[in-house]
Design a protein. Structure first.
Length: 362
């Protein structure tokens, strides 16, 4: 059977993306219809009519809610995981499976998205007998936008509202950006970045509609901060994933949805062909999963796993700051650009993360 080609060519204005995400009741109604009327957000208000092309978007507060006052941090939205539902794309192997196991241990209903049928049974064997009634696997290609609607309907029919989305599916393209062909580039972007957009744009309306504490995590990589050797394509997609989640933190600060970007270092995963002797140095996927859930409960914007990368990160950030022009600038221009380009989450996040370090299991 010929595999359906991912739809990655549609161009969407950023304000249209937000408008689509904000049409919460329409998404809830679609889910209710597909799931036989089981969606729990049936009492949501009618969806607003789509604005005509070129129209100015409505005020932010009217679409997404009032953000916290300047300098204050969005409170954690999903602090109690027991009985809540998580969907993990690429959830049947590696890091995704580690997150799934950690979520099951925390008492969550777990849905694992997968592509390869032969990986489901080995994954299910890793769950405790008492957990298996709360764990299901759904075949789902994240590049298929229609498939997202069907998958959410299946989740809604089985467990009700979705509270945690983990955009984890990805492919590791170990090719130089200067050497890769268009086919390799398109494949990496389709899964590693467009797949994240597909998931986020499908799930945000549902979460806004049910109004319960929710969270979205996207797996980037240390390659989303530090460019890797012979991994230019992978690095580009992981930088993009990081940027999207930081933007969503700004956009969703006044809502019931928290956001995090997960940037792991070396974790034992089927996507990494480890050289002999290096597997023991890799982090256990279950530990990585526990660190993700800890970050969710505390609404951490950035979730890291390997502190040994800190010197390299500091060098990169120092190089960026050192490259800023040192000549003067008009005060009026500074004020005008600050309103557009200065995002509010960073200073509160610094204060939040300067508190005494907690165990990732707390």
């Amino acid at each position: 059977m010929k595999r359906k080609q991912p739809n990655t060519t549609q161009v969407v204005d950023r304000r249209q993306i937000l408008g689509g995400m904000a049409a919460s009741a329409g998404a809830a109604a679609m889910l209710a219809q597909l799931a036989g009327g089981t969606a729990r957000a049936a009492d949501a208000p009618p969806a607003p009519a789509a604005p005509p092309p070129g129209a100015r978007p409505p005020p932010r507060d009217a679409v997404l809610g009032t953000p916290p006052p300047a300098g204050q941090r969005q409170q954690a939205q999903l602090t109690d995981l027991k009985g809540k539902t998580v969907y993990i794309t690429g959830g049947n192997t590696g890091i995704g499976l580690g997150i799934a196991r950690a979520a099951a241990n925390a008492g969550m209903n777990v849905v694992m998205g997968y592509i390869q049928d032969d990986q489901v049974e080995p994954a299910m064997k890793l769950f405790k007998p008492e957990q298996k009634s709360r764990v299901i696997a759904i075949r789902h290609d994240v590049t298929d936008r229609d498939g997202w609607v069907k998958t959410l309907a299946q989740i809604n029919a089985k467990f009700g509202n979705l509270h945690l989305l983990v955009n984890n599916a990805g492919i590791k393209t170990l090719r130089q950006a200067s050497q890769v062909d268009a086919r390799g580039w398109d494949a990496a972007v389709a899964v590693n970045f467009t797949g994240i957009f597909n998931g986020t744009s499908a799930v945000v309306p549902h979460m806004l509609a049910h109004k319960e504490g929710s969270h979205i995590v996207t797996t980037s990589s240390m390659g989303g901060i530090l460019p890797g050797v012979n991994a230019g394509v992978y690095t580009a997609t992981k930088f993009a994933a990081c940027g999207l989640m930081e933007a969503l933190r700004v956009e969703l600060m006044g809502t019931n949805i928290g956001t995090s970007v997960f940037m792991p270092g070396g974790v034992s995963t089927d996507n990494i062909a480890s050289e002999a002797g290096t597997e023991a140095l890799m982090m256990d996927p279950l530990e990585a999963g526990e660190r993700v859930l800890n970050g969710v409960k505390h609404n951490d914007l950035f979730i890291f796993t390997h502190p040994e990368f800190k010197p390299g990160m500091k060098e990169r950030f120092d190089a960026i700051l050192a490259s800023e022009p040192t000549d003067g600038f008009p005060e009026a221009r500074a004020k005008a650009q600050t309103r557009v380009l200065t995002a509010p989450p960073y200073a509160p996040e610094i204060i939040h993360r300067s508190q005494p370090r907690r165990s990732y299991r707390s």
